[in-house]
Design a protein around this ligand. Structure first.
Ligand code: UD1
Length: 374
């Protein structure tokens, strides 16, 4: 049983569903918690990623962290009890990930965490709390990079529970890059290839504070005097932009605010950008694979391999710092790199690991507690 809730989860689970289907030894069930419910954040991803309609949609919607997490737990418990899956797969670090892992774990159902072991070491990020707790509950920790293995070892997690499989998000990128490229001619009517800056911004730390958001807006105005700026706006960010008189009309043509983009359109936009300015996690990885300059407006990253083996760089979030970083990066040639096992085959390794004939070699798992007592 796969449990997904938010946009990046879909991108991570899609290749695993394909790989398990090809394996032929699995029955699969897909649960959507409904954390992301807008068509542009959810439905369009299912279509483009070739994912089935979820078997169950918990329709939890938005809420405070406690409410959202609790609501997923409350609604998923009967589903887990009814289906009693052999494995519950939870990807990433969103509230739905933690909620599903905690509920399954308390029912004694084996949990596999996809993208385990990443650490920003910044407990002010809700995702860091979700990651740490999910890892400590999971029976099988599927890591995307060697640093993740080291983080888990440092936290005392038994190595038998950990398996380095590579990056499933890159599996999806590899599979769908040709389809994304096919979208480019339509986009290129508006944009010159390699001559625009692509921006994404949605972290609470950057967008919830009006002063901090203002710094970004100012920086984008100035950067737009050098290169066109394309900014697909996440709903959280849009809510905080509401009521602002921005951007100034003189610059409107070089500052383009868009609705959230579909997976394929956004991948095409990334692939042909001169530079991507972001605070997303997945975008740091995708730009590394694509060899496109990436500036991450955060004080830390849980994906250090994109700094050491990729095109990513951490930059400050104040206007002057952002402008200087963009101009500095544009004067340098990006240094493409490819982290280990970011090869498009991570999901196949996961399928192989979970296959029934291999379970004797997979980490020891407990039997479901409610079945024991039945
Ligand atoms: C969530 C994840 C974040 C991930 C991001 C990807 C957590 C803690 N955060 O952040 O790690 O990078 O998804 O996009 O799980 N909203 C809509 N429509 C939707 C969903 C949300 O309008 O379909 C609005 C609501 O006003 C909501 C706000 O966006 O309150 C934030 O949504 P939420 O799911 O809480 O967190 P994200 O910021 O999307």
């Amino acid at each position: 049983m796969h449990v997904v809730g938010a946009r990046p989860n879909f991108v991570k689970i899609a290749p695993i569903m394909h790989a398990l289907a090809q394996h032929g030894k699995f029955q699969q069930r897909l649960v959507h918690t409904g954390q992301h419910y807008d068509a542009r954040l959810s439905e369009v991803f299912f279509q483009e990623l070739g994912m089935p309609v979820p078997d169950i949609n918990l329709e939890v919607g938005s809420g405070s962290h406690a409410c959202q997490t609790a609501e997923v737990m409350r609604r998923i418990e009967p589903v887990l009890l009814e289906f009693a899956p052999d494995w519950v797969l939870v990807p990433g670090d969103v509230n739905s990930t933690l909620a599903a892992a905690l509920t399954a774990c308390k029912l004694g159902l084996p949990v596999a965490h996809v993208e385990a072991g990443l650490r920003s070491f910044d407990r002010t990020m809700p995702e860091e709390i979700n990651r740490v707790l999910t890892d400590h509950m999971a029976d099988l920790l599927l890591t995307p990079s060697r640093d993740a293995d080291a983080n888990l070892a440092a936290e005392g997690i038994a190595p038998e529970r950990v398996c380095f499989v590579g990056n499933v998000m890159i599996d999806t990128l590899v599979r769908l890059l040709p389809s994304a490229e096919a979208r480019w001619p339509r986009i290129s009517e508006l944009l010159p290839r390699g001559e625009y800056v692509l921006v994404t911004l949605h972290r609470p730390g950057n967008v919830d504070d009006p002063q901090r958001l203002q710094e970004f807006l100012h920086a984008m105005e100035v950067i737009a005097t050098d290169l066109p700026v394309i900014f697909p706006v996440h709903p959280r960010t849009r809510a905080h932009l509401r009521g602002r008189t921005w951007p100034p009309s003189a610059l409107v043509s070089r500052l383009c605010l868009l609705e959230p983009q579909s997976y394929l359109d956004f991948l095409a936009l990334q692939a042909h950008a001169a530079l991507v300015l972001t605070d997303s996690g997945g975008v740091q990885e995708e730009t590394t694979f694509l060899g496109v300059r990436c500036l991450t407006a955060r004080p830390n990253t849980e994906r250090p391999v994109t700094l050491t083996h990729g095109t990513n760089r951490l930059v400050p979030s104040d206007a002057l710092g952002l402008i200087a970083a963009v101009r500095g990066a544009m004067s340098e040639t990006p240094r493409p790199g490819r982290p280990e096992l970011w090869d498009g085959h991570a999901a196949e390794r996961i399928a192989d690991l979970l296959a029934p004939s291999r379970q004797d070699r997979a980490p020891a798992v407990k039997s479901p507690r409610h079945l024991e007592s039945a």
